[in-house]
Structure formats: structure tokens, C-alpha cells
Design a protein around this ligand. Structure first.
Ligand code: FES
Length: 69
């Protein structure tokens, strides 16, 4: 992998399930997820080791509070 393609890869919030920030945003904005359990159901994120739970919840809160677009 080139250095450029490394930096252009989508940032994964959940490493185990390969779920990106964009996928979680889509689950909230387009699929209507409003809580952590719904995010898990729609994306499978945080269904592996679980260490991403805090990152997922923080991201969800920021999306719902319109702190990030
Ligand atoms: S990093 Fe998300 S379940 Fe392991």
C-alpha cells in the first residue's frame, strides 16, 4: 500500500468489523438509528471485542447533537 492510499483510507471506528465513521453516519442519518443498539444492528460495529464501544457512542452523540456533519 502506498503512503498516499494509506492516508486516503476511510477511518474505521470499529477495527474488528471494519466499520467506518461514514458507515455509522449513514446508519444515523439515512437509516434512522438513534442509539448504540441500533447502530450495532445496522452496521455490526462493536459486536466483536467491544473496545470501540466508547468511540461509537461518542460519535453517535456528536452526530445526534449536530456537532459533526
Ligand atoms: S474494535 Fe469494534 S468490536 Fe472490536
Amino acid at each position: 500500500m502506498s503512503k498516499m492510499s494509506f492516508y486516503m483510507r476511510p477511518h474505521n471506528i470499529c477495527i474488528c468489523k471494519g466499520v467506518s465513521e461514514e458507515k455509522i453516519k449513514d446508519a444515523v442519518k439515512r437509516q434512522g438509528a438513534r442509539n448504540f443498539t441500533e447502530i450495532q444492528r445496522l452496521t455490526s460495529c462493536s459486536t466483536g471485542c467491544g473496545t470501540c464501544e466508547g468511540r461509537v457512542k461518542e460519535l453517535l452523540e456528536k452526530i445526534l447533537n449536530h456537532e459533526i456533519k
